[in-house]
Design a protein around this ligand. Structure first.
Ligand code: SF4
Length: 166
């Protein structure tokens, strides 16, 4: 898959590196490495992104999560990248318990229906980022609380009494 300079800029814009790309055009002359999120992936000659998991994983700093993100986002492969949110969710909820991200990934692959695999990664990340948060999950407003086996569900915080004007 070939990317134009403009497309690469758009892809990395949500990361903190996009300003580097804007201010240092020479970065596009690199043959070997490009920035993807917080990791480096191999794009190679003529901006080619490898369409397999092994090639990016062979690079320093690139693990299975980043490789799967590339396959999922760039190529539309139905793979589930297990990041910190999904690892936590898998274990906390009982959905896909595992000691390592790979364990969680295997389990999620087993239980996720094929028609949802393409987007499952994003749905789970968003749920982990905005509802099932790391420090305090917001269980009182969680749409899947009845399906979740987490035992210490967080109750709704008490509302402050309105201040009475004298
Ligand atoms: S009920 Fe709580 S622990 Fe379970 S998925 Fe929802 S937010 Fe997470």
């Amino acid at each position: 898959m070939a990317y134009s300079t403009h497309e690469i800029e758009a892809l990395v814009q949500p990361t903190r590196f996009h300003r580097v790309l804007y201010t240092d055009p020479e970065i596009f002359d690199l043959e070997m490495e490009r920035i993807w999120g917080s990791s480096w992936i191999y794009i190679g000659h003529e901006s080619q992104v490898p369409r397999d998991r092994a090639a990016p994983e062979a690079l320093p700093g690139v693990g299975p999560t980043t490789a799967n993100v590339v396959l999922n986002v760039a190529f539309g492969e139905p793979v589930i990248a297990v990041d910190t949110h999904i690892f936590r969710l898998g274990n906390r909820t009982g959905l896909a318990p595992g000691k390592t991200p790979l364990d969680v990934e295997r389990k999620l692959n087993e239980i996720t229906p094929a028609k949802w695999k393409l987007h499952a990664h994003h749905w789970l990340i968003l749920h982990g980022r905005y509802v099932c948060k790391a420090r305090t999950p917001e269980c009182w407003r969680c749409r899947v609380a009845d399906l979740c086996s987490y035992r210490k569900k967080t109750p709704e915080p008490a509302r402050k009494a309105p201040v009475r004007k004298e």
